[in-house]
Write a new protein. Structure first.
Length: 256
């Protein structure tokens, strides 16, 4: 006779780094991380958190930066200017703004990521696949179990691909990370799990009637509704209240 068991996923905090730009999101490279706020970016040493350089938009070329990622020697941020979506390209060494690209998407793009050579991204309520010219190739609604929770809480704000090619997204005012799967046929997003990101909370699998194998998720990071990114097995996020970049590892335990 098989015993009931619970698979417990824990985000174990490793380090915190205080930084003035730890507001909207964070991008992580081999040796540095980049904390992102509306109109400024800090390049910080990955081990010590020391600020090495900073970009500030004194010339009003950007209205708002939402999130970003590192690709080779470029920091690519998604943001807004004159009510249009833009990709802003920065040199990772100097943080010089070296280019920008206007996107045709009408809804504000909150985050982007690249996986298997394809570009993906999200607005507050839709998930997109882009072609090589940044035209929308496919669009998905978020699963109902997620959309009903974030509908009146600011929508989806941050996201990233992570382990097992799952998509991890954060929603507005809710202190949770939703784990989703993009099926091979790309016909729809499938909800998998929820991880709580409150200091005292505990999230559970929102799918009802889960027999035998139950899932619970705990985390004490305090990262709520902001950009997140994986660097190997570590998840980075920002706590905009304390203005800290939080580094965590995703652990799995079995309890009976």
């Amino acid at each position: 006779m098989k015993e009931d068991f619970c698979v417990v996923y824990r985000l174990v905090e490793q380090e915190r780094f205080r930084n003035i730009d730890a507001v909207n999101g964070v991008a992580v490279g081999p040796n540095n991380f980049y904390s992102i706020s509306d109109k400024s970016i800090s390049k910080c040493h990955k081990l010590t958190g020391r600020t090495m350089s900073r970009f500030i938009d004194f010339n009003n070329k950007i209205d708002k930066l939402n999130d970003g990622l590192i690709l080779y020697d470029r920091l690519i941020c998604v943001g807004m200017k004159d009510n249009s979506n833009y990709l802003f390209y920065f040199n990772t060494d100097t943080l010089e703004l070296i280019g920008k690209r206007k996107l045709k998407l009408q809804s504000e793009l909150k985050w982007i990521d690249i996986r298997d050579g394809l570009w993906w991204g999200s607005s507050s309520d839709k998930f997109y696949l882009f072609d090589g010219e940044w035209n929308v190739k496919n669009t998905w609604e978020y699963p109902y179990i997620v959309s009903r929770l974030i509908k009146n809480n600011g929508g989806i704000i941050g996201g990233t691909f992570g382990p097992n090619k799952y998509v991890y997204v954060t929603g507005g005012k809710r202190s949770e990370i939703y784990v989703l799967q993009v099926p091979r046929d790309q016909k729809g997003l499938r909800y998998k799990w929820t991880i709580s990101t409150t200091d005292n909370g505990q999230g559970t699998n929102l799918i009802p009637k889960v027999p035998k194998s139950k899932y619970k998720f705990t985390n004490h990071s305090g990262i709520a509704g902001r950009g997140i990114t994986f660097d190997g097995h570590y998840l980075y996020g920002v706590n905009p209240i304390s203005k800290q970049v939080v580094k965590m590892s995703l652990m799995m335990d079995y309890t009976y």
